[in-house]
Design a protein around this ligand. Structure first.
Ligand code: SF4
Ligand code: FES
Length: 237
């Protein structure tokens, strides 16, 4: 089948504004959008900038906006976004992060916010020997956010970051904070909750659910943020 592929392009060193470059391409419905983009890069225009690594939905590096929705190009098939001959498929970089070039964004702000929540286990009384026992039920409380691959889709889809408060730490950092707040082995819970109790912390979330809808790992992001808000409230009583 043929599709009309529209790729949003921008080279900040030479372009004054982004523009769409169009290609009519013969593809198979089972092709992945990442394959189609690499076909364009390898056949038609080698200057196209696109980030990818694993090509199997694990590394999170090829998150982009396809037909208006954040997703991983390597997990999106042509037939997911084009159901009829000559259908238009538009591909754009993630929002709320500066474009480095074409489909590649500068992820620094995203990762700075991620690092700001101390996304690692903190424990005061580490036993000299033996293990810190955790039950399956205790583990289940923070299992969901451990699936995050830091793709940035939720950050791009978040209307708070985009329109209301660009300093909001965003969905991904919020659930990484939750991942350790709800880990029974972590002893820094009160400090973690206090750090989230700011205008840029979890209270900035207005429950739009956009993040939850686009997460390629199916993480219940908004639910986790609300659980963290409740833990924060309980810590003050
Ligand atoms: Fe990507 Fe989901 Fe992690 Fe957000 S929570 S960075 S959408 S994997
Ligand atoms: Fe790694 Fe798509 S290239 S998730």
């Amino acid at each position: 089948m043929n599709i009309l592929l529209r790729i949003k392009r921008m080279n900040p060193e030479t372009d004054t504004a982004p523009y769409f470059q169009e290609f009519t391409i013969d593809v198979a419905p089972s092709d992945r959008i990442l394959d189609v983009l690499l076909l364009v890069k390898n056949t038609f225009d080698s200057t196209l900038a696109v980030r990818k690594s694993c090509a199997h939905g694990v590394c999170g590096s090829d998150a982009m906006i396809i037909n208006g929705v954040e997703c991983l190009a390597c997990k999106t098939l042509v037939k997911d976004v084009a159901t009829e001959e000559n259908a238009t498929v538009s591909v754009e970089p993630l929002k709320s992060l500066p474009v480095q070039r074409d489909l590649m964004v500068d992820q620094k702000a995203f990762f700075d916010k991620y690092i700001s929540v101390n996304p690692f286990l903190m424990r005061k009384d580490v036993p000299k020997s033996g293990e810190i026992i955790q039950t399956p039920a205790e583990h289940a409380k923070f299992d969901d956010p451990t699936k995050c691959i830091l793709c940035g889709s939720c950050y791009s889809a978040c209307p708070i970051v985009e329109h209301k408060n660009p300093d909001f730490i965003g969905p991904a950092a919020s659930i990484q904070a939750a991942r350790f707040v709800f880990d029974s082995r972590d002893t820094d819970t009160q400090n973690r909750l206090a750090a989230l109790d700011t205008p840029n912390g979890v209270s900035a979330c207005d429950n739009h659910f956009n993040c939850t809808k686009v997460c390629p790992r199916g993480i219940k992001i908004t639910k986790l943020i609300n659980e963290t808000k409740r833990a924060l409230k309980a810590s003050k009583t």
